[in-house]
Design a protein around this ligand. Structure first.
Ligand code: AMP
Ligand code: GLY
Length: 424
């Protein structure tokens, strides 16, 4: 099979790395890819949001399956275009991708489906939004309806913070049109986990859970990021909880989307808040998590390719996946300054030494080759140093040994990935 992966981050490197191992694969492209992905796939210079360019390429090359990594092209309708052109695609239609593209849409679906979640209100009027906040009190959470590069969420501990968030998002439009509508919701306390399921429009099968580290600094301090590290399994997410989340969250969502005429195909990412062995849904994403995908792929023993095809073709019934009993852990290396401004094109050394540590795979998130052939950093999150281990302590020791073998003075990482699991 000829496969095209869309995206150029750590998630897409993990997907390409896993797909490359499939005996069914004959050719693998990645658009646009990065310097690490180029080791396992042919990188194509088409941007992940160039929907027309991706469609023409897939048609010209008679691609058998397109696997879409990020949410933006899905929200823009890439899956619809490919399907109309007769190309198989793993990822939801634009209508179904609204589960991530519009928080208000997501909350309405979740409410119709009876999924346990925070109470909420949707607002397009600034005074109504503020009156709702005053009525409910703090803590309370204010979110832009639309995509805001992961930044459109304010968890407000005080009334003043919540009211200021409304002024920023809807008044000053700091996130542009994403703030034309707001969702204001209940503050949920607990431990977060990311759970993933594969969906084929009618049904769903469970993948596994992981825990991410969203804050930039050790001890979960500093601003939010796309994710600074992850590990799987997540001890808080027991098998009992998994079965309950399939029954109470994933399957009701898939059934409700089908009933709405927006069948959901692809991977459904449930961001969950867990407390006293009960999970409530924080959000849905319509893609794999990054860096969660890196540890999922490290633990997946089954061939990924036929499973993605089965999802794309509506044939997930009875599909079973094998997972390693081992742990996997990823430490994200980011450019100094991230998530604020950072330098680009700094040279990264020691990649071979890092990759030589037992079991370690250095996945690339934001890299390119300079004219001399050196690997340089091009993004905020740059590498995902991924390691397996008999337990989380071993996986972590290996990952940090590889991190220490890197020679990149312009980068940093968190030193406490998996602290929750280790402090249990
Ligand atoms: P999101 O962009 O929806 O993933 O939200 C970003 C982060 O904000 C989440 O990972 C949570 O840590 C936090 N968050 C979102 N919604 C809530 C909520 N209702 N209660 C508490 N924390 C939340
Ligand atoms: N790591 C969280 C996300 O991908 O949204």
């Amino acid at each position: 099979m000829k496969v095209l992966v869309v995206g150029g981050g750590g998630r897409e490197h993990a997907l390409c790395w896993k797909l490359k191992a499939s005996p069914l694969l004959t050719r693998l492209w990645c658009a646009p890819g990065n310097a690490g992905i180029a080791d396992v796939a042919e990188c194509v210079g088409i941007g992940a949001e160039d929907v027309a360019g991706l469609e023409s390429f897939a048609v010209a090359q008679s691609v058998d399956l397109v696997v879409v990594g990020p949410e933006a092209p899905l929200v823009l309708g890439l899956a619809d275009r490919l399907q109309a052109a007769g190309i198989r695609v793993f990822g939801p239609s634009a209508a179904a991708a609204e589960l991530e593209g519009s928080k208000g849409f997501m909350k309405d679906i979740v409410s119709k489906a009876g999924i346990p979640t925070a109470w909420y209100g949707r607002f397009t009027d600034i005074d109504a939004a503020k009156a709702f906040i005053r009525e409910k009190g703090a803590p309370i959470v204010v979110k832009t309806d639309g995509l805001a590069a992961g930044k459109g969420v304010v968890v407000a501990m005080t009334l003043d913070e919540a009211l200021a968030a409304v002024d920023d998002m809807m008044g000053a439009k700091v996130f542009g049109a994403a703030g034309d509508e707001l969702v204001i919701e209940e503050f949920l306390d607990g431990e977060e986990a990311s759970f993933f399921a594969l969906c084929d429009g009618r049904t769903a099968i469970p993948l596994i859970a992981a825990q991410d580290h969203k804050r930039v600094g050790d001890g979960d301090t500093g601003p939010n990021t796309g994710g600074m590290g992850a590990y799987s399994p997540a001890p808080v997410f027991t098998d009992v909880l998994r079965d309950r989340v399939m029954e109470q969250v994933i399957l009701p969502a898939v059934r409700t989307m089908a009933a709405e005429g927006k069948p959901y195909t692809g991977v459904l990412f449930a961001g969950l808040m867990i407390r006293n062995d009960t999970a409530k849904l924080l959000e849905f994403n319509v893609r794999f998590g990054d860096p969660e995908c890196q540890v999922l792929m490290a633990r997946l023993k089954s061939d990924l390719l036929p499973v993605l095809v089965a999802a794309a073709e509506g044939r997930l019934d009875g599909v079973r996946l094998d997972w390693s009993d081992e742990c996997a852990l990823v430490v994200v290396m980011a450019a100094n300054g991230y998530p604020g401004s950072y330098r680009k094109n700094t040279v990264i050394g020691g990649l071979d030494a890092a990759g030589a540590v037992a079991g370690v795979t250095v996945l690339h998130a934001g890299t390119a080759r300079d004219p001399e052939g050196a690997v340089v950093a091009t993004g905020g999150r740059v590498l995902g140093v991924t390691a397996p281990g008999a337990d989380v302590a071993q996986a972590r020791e290996r990952a940090y040994r590889a991190v220490d073998a890197l020679d990149w003075p312009d980068g940093f990482c968190r030193r406490d990935i998996a602290w929750r699991a280790l402090s249990r």
